[in-house]
Ligand binder design. Sequence first.
Ligand code: FAD
Ligand code: NAD
Length: 473
Amino acid sequence: METQVAVLGGGPGGYAAAFLAADLGMQVTLVDMEPALGGVCLLRGCIPSKALLHVAKAMAEARHLADWGVAFTGPKIDLEAMRTRKNKVIATLTGGLAQLSKKRNVRLIRARATFEDSQTLRLEPVDHQTLEDDRLRFGHCILATGSLPTKLKALELPSARVMDSTGALELPDVPETLLVIGGGYIGLEMGTVYAALGSKVSVVEMTDGLLPGADRDLVKPLQKKLERDFAALWLNTRVTALAEKKNAIEVAMEGPDGAKTQRFSRVLVAVGRRPNTADLGLENTKVQVDSRGFVSVDRQQRTADPHILAIGDVAREPMLAHKAAHEGKVAVEVLAGHDVAFEPRAIPAVVFTDPEIAWAGLTETEAKKQDRKIETAVFPWAASGRAQAVGRPEGLTKWIVDPDTQRVLGCGIVGPGAGDLIGEAVVAIEMGAHLRDLTESIHPHPTLCETLGFAAEVYFGTATDLYRPKREK
Ligand code: FAD
Ligand code: NAD
């Protein structure tokens, strides 16, 4: 079989690339070993986790209504119905992707592929399906094989009680106690789901704070809430061993107070993800892989092999779906001969906990590391009418500003809906907005997006909902 463009991997990077390539008139073949398109994000990542977080949020809001004089009796949870509903969301979206590929004449091949050389993929059938051919010759290949959960020796135990994110998303039961190893994105999002369903959730994180890399002022309100919602947050702590016991996993940990063991009904291991580059036959091509396993790419997603480009989780961090899709589009435009490159000023990051945390562009943490001079302008949500009306005054909105030009370099938000609010900041940062652009844009009242305008006003000392001494500008 031959194709002009082969896309290996049907995740958000791969399918975006395949669809755009077809739209630009290329002949495209997309290879994935799964029975449906969507990759990790749609099948066992972003979408199923957000469907379950939606349930957790609705339950929390129902409980929260007691403060307003409306009390409900406790929830009756039908896990089978919840699983069915979540799977329906996935099926609707994968069905949509299948239709979109058909409309565009993208040839789909379900197979496990490896590189035989720089222009040939060897195809192996999955689930005893028959293949038309066992080789696919291509002009160019866009490699989009994504990532896999990181495995650590001390945390490997062949037990149904020890899950990764895929296992946790299957909702096998509501364990009485759940230990989450890793206080990052997955640990905190899935911990939030299980805590809402009734599990006593504990988190063990090896660094000195949750969500390493995120600014501490954004993490603080979340950490305070999780200290109430979760059974325990153990920082600076490492798990040294897991052992199967009757009806439990015994976990050995070492932390600031020394070593201890504790039993949990289930354990979720969420200690990061690694690029999926092993066993792809990349040694038969000129593609270079770095020491962490990422495919080395340039600003145009080109690898060291002139026939192969790489995008998404397999190419570089951050491992986020929207970054994968954007890189996929850049790669295709490069193949089409357009003058483009992947050089965003802001890749938004959102942790869909309650409250949500979102940031884009430069963070204070990164600025400190770079020894770069910045100023910040912070609006505390306690002064937002909308935040008070919905009973969530703990949030904050922060601009990171270039002190010389007063252009916005970054933004951080914590609070309900932060993930949606960050969109405005992404546009502002990409456009090189001046903080004045934010104060001069009329934001609707009463909304949480007003806090983006208010934070800019704080910088100039013109915020009227707060008293902050005027700065000389
Ligand atoms: P992937 O989505 O990983 O897809 C790779 C595809 O390649 C897979 O379908 C796989 O079957 C196929 N493949 C691999 N090797 C082969 C082979 N040899 N032959 C054939 N096919 C192959 N990101 C966000 O932006 N927002 C979120 O809310 C979010 N939530 C997440 C929640 C969880 C629990 C997890 C695990 C991840 C989440 N992510 C989220 C990250 C997001 O899923 C990834 O960044 C995204 O899926 C990467 O897309 P990709 O196209 O690079 O690869
Ligand atoms: P992560 O990198 O976000 O968090 C892993 C955490 O585990 C870190 O805090 C790390 O310090 C900790 N850790 C590592 N080894 C440990 C050990 N031995 N003991 C205790 N703690 C340990 O990784 P993740 O949560 O597995 O998620 C993987 C990636 O998937 C994320 O980085 C992100 O790119 C993506 N993701 C994104 C979203 C989203 O966009 N909302 C949601 C889920 C996943």
